[in-house]
Design a protein around this ligand. Structure first.
Ligand SMILES: Nc1ncnc2c1ncn2[C@@H]1O[C@H](COP(=O)(O)OP(=O)(O)OP(=O)(O)O)[C@@H](O)[C@H]1O
Ligand SMILES: O=c1ccn([C@@H]2O[C@H](COP(=O)(O)O)[C@@H](O)[C@H]2O)c(=O)[nH]1
Length: 247
């Protein structure tokens, strides 16, 4: 499959927030959001962009929240990781319904439900135009799917990690609680650390920085935002090493 001349992206790792998958619902998955994201991913595949996908689990379970309620943290994290498999199953189904070839891999063996994570196979599937969904995070407790996204992004040699979230990008403060917060179009890794901005957990962020993996944070609730970025648009916030950013 050839890369459309309108985009410079060859392969991306797309991370979708589990919480944003809830849409208007209070828990679980809003099928409208799921189907829209499947269509948006389909457009990228049709443009020749290879797409690896990581989906969060915040719409179902987070280990930290379960531990606060009294559960053992490791058990809570295992539930969180399984929640990401459930989101992965739903997304694979939505992609198949949209006639997009997709495979679901899990960092925890779940024979009969989905494939186990296999790096070489993932690369081969991506090259043949299939979407590969990497679920169950890193397979280890005390991490998040942001870490998994950066890890898998580096492993598959993605051009960038695209982090789809509920807000337009990275702000000077949490825009949900600070209406006056300013949106940044570009930040260096060091600026994020200096300003102590809450973009990703530190483990994920330092992994991306140490391997010079650019991160693009964008609003996945904004229809067409993903395609716009892929086509060179200025949506969201770019994080990389460059001091002189011009895009
Ligand atoms: N400086 C900031 N800029 C942007 N968002 C911020 C900032 N500080 C805090 N936030 C909050 O971070 C949230 C983004 O959360 P994010 O999408 O990363 O959730 P997540 O925990 O990775 O998702 P999930 O667990 O559901 O997959 C935003 O909704 C926003 O309220
Ligand atoms: O590598 C990982 C990834 C995730 N978890 C657990 O899953 C939940 C859901 O992921 P989010 O990134 O918060 O959406 C997370 O809170 C952890 O409990 C994990 O243990 N290891």
């Amino acid at each position: 499959m050839s890369v459309n001349p309108k985009t410079t992206y060859r392969r991306i790792l797309l991370k979708l927030s589990g919480e944003a998958l809830m849409g208007e619902e209070g828990f679980g998955i809003d099928p409208k959001v799921l189907d829209r994201m499947a269509q948006e991913i389909k457009e990228l595949i049709e443009m020749g962009v290879q797409v690896g996908l990581v989906i969060g689990g915040g719409n179902l379970f987070r280990g930290a929240g379960l531990a606060e309620a009294g559960m053992n943290r490791v058990v809570g994290d295992q539930m969180g990781m399984l929640a990401t498999v459930m989101n992965g199953l739903a997304m694979r189904d939505a992609l198949h319904r949209a006639f997009v070839n997709a495979r679901l891999m899990s960092a925890i063996d779940l024979t009969g439900v989905c494939d186990s994570y296999n790096w070489a196979e993932a690369i081969s599937l991506l090259k043949s135009g299939r979407v590969v969904i990497f679920s169950a995070g890193t397979g280890n407790p005390f991490f998040t799917t942001d870490s998994a996204a950066c890890l898998r992004g580096i492993e598959i040699d993605a051009d960038a990690v695209f982090k789809g979230t509920k807000v337009d990008g990275i702000y000077s403060a949490d825009p949900v609680t600070n209406p006056d917060a300013e949106l940044y179009s570009h930040l260096t890794y060091d600026e994020i650390l200096d300003k102590e901005l809450k973009v990703m957990d530190l483990a994920a962020f330092t992994l991306a920085r140490d391997h010079s993996m650019p991160i693009r944070v964008f609003n996945m609730n904004k229809e067409g935002a993903l395609k716009s970025i892929i086509m060179g648009g200025t949506e969201g916030t770019v994080i990389d090493h460059s001091e002189n950013f011009s895009k």
